[in-house]
Design a binder for this molecule. Structure first.
Ligand SMILES: [Zn+2]
Length: 227
């Protein structure tokens, strides 16, 4: 799957499950932003991916390094082990104080928000990545202050896991049980970026807009903002 479709799939599932579970609008949007951003992280193993090109040259260097360590594209970062490790890292970061009473996990949360913000900002905005980092950092800080971020570790796990689902339904599949080389593939979407995916991508975006409209509207109503 391409980056935009990964983020849309992750956002759609989170909004759908969250609304069914009765999660409040502010918390649901805060969690959705985190899951959507985390859903792009596994593609940091590929220098040409959208997440690797978001904050050049830094993201490109991180992607090059990750690709080397992971053994190439769709290897270690596309496994259950990676989903568990990412969640565990954020969980442990949540136990480390950063300052002002905030836990260290506010940093990975800010990174996921920055990724989501960059994906939403029009490509032509320059320097888009600086703006995305500013949005990510201030967003994470505000969410921590007003509602807490205890959910951050499982939101990151869910984001990575949903990325695996998205790639699993393309022809190439994913090495779910890495380091085993067995590839799991249920190729209903055909090749990555093919016409089937573009079609499904449009449906995903429409679904995200439909499901996000309610929470955004009720927050605006709570704060008496006219949209
Ligand atoms: Zn991928």
């Amino acid at each position: 799957m391409i980056g935009r479709d990964h983020a849309s799939l992750a956002a759609l599932v989170t909004l759908g499950v969250g609304r069914m579970a009765g999660v409040g609008p502010s918390e649901l949007l805060a969690i959705t932003g985190c899951v959507a951003g985390a859903s792009l992280l596994p593609d940091l193993d590929e220098t040409g991916s959208s997440v690797a090109r978001m904050a050049e040259p830094l993201s490109g260097i991180v992607a090059w390094l990750t690709g080397k360590l992971a053994g190439g594209h769709r290897q270690a970062t596309h496994s259950l082990l990676a989903a568990g490790a990412a969640g565990l890292a954020v969980f442990l970061a949540g136990r480390v104080p950063l300052g002002d009473g905030a836990p260290l996990s506010v940093v990975p949360l800010a990174i996921t928000y920055a990724i989501t913000a960059r994906a939403l900002l029009p490509v032509g905005i320059r320097p888009g990545h600086a703006l995305a980092v500013a949005i990510g950092a201030s967003g994470a800080w505000a969410v921590w202050r007003y509602s807490g971020i205890a959910w951050c570790w499982w939101a990151v796990t869910a984001g990575v896991a949903l990325h695996l689902v998205g790639d699993m339904i393309t022809s190439r599949g994913v090495p779910l049980m890495w380091p085993s080389r067995w590839q799991l593939s249920l190729p209903v979407l055909g090749r990555t970026g093919g016409w089937q995916e573009h079609l499904v991508g449009l449906v995903l975006i429409a679904g995200v807009v439909a499901l996000a409209w309610g929470p955004v509207g009720s927050i605006a109503f709570m704060h008496d903002i006219r949209i």
